[in-house]
Design a protein around this ligand. Sequence first.
Ligand code: C2E
Ligand code: CA
Ligand code: CA
Ligand code: CA
Length: 427
Amino acid sequence: DALTGLPNRRMFHEHLRQEMKKTDRSHLPMALVFIDLDHFKEINDTLGHDKGDLLLKEVAIRLSAAVRGTDTVARLGGDEFTVILSELHNAGDVVRTAQEILRQMSTPFNLGNAGDKHIAHISSSIGITLYPEDGADAETLIKNADQAMYAAKQQGRNRFNYFAPFMQEATRVRMTLVNELREAVNHDELRILFQPIIDLASGKICKAEALVRWQHPVRGLLNPAEFISIAESSGMIVGIGDWVFKQAAREVQKLQALGLPDFQISVNKSAWQFRDNGSNYEQWLDFLQELHLDANSIIIEVTENLLLDTANSVSERMLALQHAHMQISLDDFGTGYCSVAFLRRFDIDYIKIDPTFVSNLSNGTDGVVLCEAIIAMAHKLDIKVIAEGIETPQQLAALTAAGCDLGQGYLFSKPISAEELEKQIKN
Ligand code: C2E
Ligand code: CA
Ligand code: CA
Ligand code: CA
């Protein structure tokens, strides 16, 4: 921009797209701040263009000083400016910056020189959008920021508005959780429980599923439902998943040494962990070697969505793991859109029948037919079937009659600690 030396509208659009990409990679939220000066037109009309231009230059200097070095200030034209706050670590950063801009803009500007004093009083109206929450593309993000700014004007000027007011609270809560989870990882607050998987023919525990928990210092023991999605969207799932893998490997090593050479432990993996900046699966294999374990000591549980994921890295990594003889179990089977072609392509070892099918077994519905069909198909493809969420003896009986191989559920055991698992196995 010739007048202020700031990036102009076109450059701003470029910056914005770059910052959005950066956010997609780092998962640290980004804010778009729209600033419109209040009363600029009056000043320009009464004091003249020269003073108006001088004011805009001063505004540009103050804006640049109000933001962090990594943020981008641009002039959109006229008396409209914008700031891109990138890679926010702290929800407070947005509010602090908006308040500082309001303060700077409402501090009188001296437009005169030594002789003539021209004090200009203006203020600003600010609209804020957050990426990705308030818009997936640049156009929407800009439109919504403009709308939030317009609302700030309507509400009396010299104030800032979030596009979605609840976002202020939502970002705060989300960022608090992200920060706490980061601490949790550093402070050993994560735990693993193991849920036994029973061989239905012998009634013996032959495998276990590793399930993560968060021992929160204030809120107590948290289930994955309360933090896995945050771990995924913040990228932390990679580190957490690697930790779970190692814990599971150590436990399976212990159990195999106790005289159960074929014991296996399964771990859950979300699609995130198979993408480009996901886990280094070679490290998993190396770790198993370090512990002198066969690769098939660990079973990887994935969902149907993962097999349908179009990212090449996902299928490449899956196939590489299988090539190294790690086994794959298809979780929540029946709830997604997986075709038999995928089962073949990925040479799946186990299918886990979703609890929704199992719970239908007791009340004499189509449940039995469905389970029988899944089991027959799986066996034709040389796949073993694990029924999940078995809670009643009736369900167990129906599954056994249908030829199901393995079972897991509260009827046998809830997820338990490693010590309890070892105790149950000995009994
Ligand atoms: P999932 O893989 O389908 O795990 C089975 C869930 O069903 C577990 O819940 C287990 O406690 C519960 N369950 C087992 N038997 C019964 C039963 O008889 N009745 C009922 N009502 N529920 C039963 P949990 O531990 O809360 O895990 C929830 C989900 O969190 C898991 O679903 C899995 O998708 C995810 N998860 C757990 N640990 C990890 C992990 O280390 N990494 C990743 N990426 N995801 C994980
Ligand atoms: Ca204006
Ligand atoms: Ca699972
Ligand atoms: Ca499941």
